[in-house]
Write a protein that binds this ligand. Structure first.
Ligand code: ATP
Length: 401
């Protein structure tokens, strides 16, 4: 199958070029899979343009070896989904595009989720980073990717058509979108994961004024929510087959949906159920924290937000303990337990889609993050996110595992 190798020389710790030359190209050559082209990205947005141009000139299906992080993968799936087919892309029926990922980014959420690091296993780092390429050269089947399509719409009276952001990892608002909006400015100073922690500290006390709506998955027919007592997904109490849509009032502290991943960093398992209870068909897992579920939150004030920010830090810290946050509940006095009794602290939804309508007065609630890229909802607008999966094994995107 035609193979294209693309690397982003500035992803993460700038290791991609050296790693490709030293390890990836020799491995491909030994397997007689020398790429038809080896291309380096020269600027933001270039990965999408390179792949689109290549697919317009050559017929698929294609394998792409991608040495980069999640943001570069996002550029490729976003560009191909949003660019009307021309050339070979228009002449031939849709062809599947399969990626062999080489983790060279900062977070590498998708790679870490597909190949979760095993505690105590002392595989060396080079072998670990070559697992995706090994799966390709060993001829393993690629696994289809679910996509999250987030339509960013302006006010009903506006004339700009909605922009559809395509995610293969995350679509979020609230704290996560604020972190990604602020962390980019810290990239030069802090090239590693620390920049996300620094940006988190700046934003932990913010609450986001918005309302959200959840739509059911086709498979379940209802919106599901994780029940810490049952340790399982159950139908949300407001979702029935006749009336499955669930509305949620703000304020929100955290609102993050994922596809394909259970973690955002190798050890940060924010959506553990994605891996523990594999979704059937197209689905999104959405992790929500609403501060007013805390029984000790009596009124909204700066002091309350500061106090809740400490609690939120502890709650999200559960993601570093193998996803323990999803089992936390509130005692009557607002303290947080893990005994399964009381209100769940985190609302963990499995749904087919969601809608987010920010209040006009809250500027930060207008930010939406799609795989690290930040979009802004115009005043009076909304964001609507839907999960989609390839309709057959000849279309869409897939990854070698
Ligand atoms: N030559 C280049 N110069 C500057 N920016 C580039 C270049 N090539 C690509 N980019 C930009 O680099 C950004 C970051 O890349 P990428 O997502 O691969 O790494 P990362 O952000 O370090 O990792 P992760 O997304 O896994 O945390 C991409 O969004 C892309 O727009």
């Amino acid at each position: 199958m035609p193979t294209l190798l693309i690397y982003n020389p500035v992803s993460g710790g700038h290791t991609a070029e050296d790693f490709v030359n030293t390890h990836v190209l020799p491995l491909l050559a030994r397997a007689h899979r020398t790429p038809d082209a080896v291309l380096a990205t020269a600027h933001a947005g270039h990965a999408g343009a390179l792949v689109t141009a290549h697919l317009e000139a050559h017929a698929g299906p294609f394998d792409i070896v991608l040495a980069a992080g999640d943001g570069t993968l996002h550029e490729v799936v976003d560009a191909l989904t949003n660019t009307p087919p021309r050339g070979q892309r228009a002449a031939a029926p849709p062809a599947r595009l399969s990626f062999a990922l080489v983790p060279c980014g900062t977070a590498n959420a998708l790679y870490a989720s597909l190949f979760p690091p095993v505690e105590g296993e002392d595989e060396d780092e080079t072998a670990y980073r070559l697992r995706g390429v090994k799966a390709l050269v060993e001829g393993r089947a690629s696994v289809p990717l679910t996509l999250a399509l987030t339509s960013i719409q302006g006010p009903p009276s506006g004339r700009t058509p909605p922009r559809v952001a395509v995610s293969a990892v995350v679509a979020s608002t609230s704290l996560h979108a604020s972190i990604l909006a602020d962390s980019e400015a810290l990239r030069a100073e802090l090239p590693g994961l620390e920049r996300f922690q620094r940006a988190a500290a700046l934003n932990l006390a913010r609450w986001y004024a918005a309302s959200a709506t959840f739509f059911p998955t086709e498979a379940a027919g209802v919106v599901q929510v994780y029940d810490p007592a049952a340790r399982a997904f159950v139908p949300h109490q407001n979702s029935t087959e006749d009336d499955p849509i669930v509305d949620l009032a703000g304020p929100f502290a955290y609102f993050l949906s994922v596809v394909n991943v259970d973690r955002l960093e190798p050890k940060f398992r924010i959506a553990p159920l994605w891996r523990d209870v594999t979704p059937e068909g197209a689905a999104l897992d959405v992790v929500v924290v609403r501060p007013e579920r805390d029984p000790s939150t009596r009124m909204d004030s700066e002091e309350t937000r500061e106090m809740f920010s400490e609690k939120l830090k502890g709650i999200l810290g559960g993601a570093y303990q193998d996803g323990a946050h999803v089992g936390l509940t509130y005692a009557d006095d607002g303290s947080v337990w893990d005994n399964g009794e009381g209100w769940s602290v985190v609302e963990y939804f499995r749904c087919g889609g969601w809608e987010w309508v920010p209040d006009d007065i809250d500027e930060r609630a207008h930010l939406v993050c799609a795989d690290g890229e930040i979009h802004e909802i115009k005043k009076g607008g909304r964001a609507t996110c839907t999960a989609v999966i390839p309709s057959d094994d000849k279309s869409g995107f897939a990854v070698y595992v």
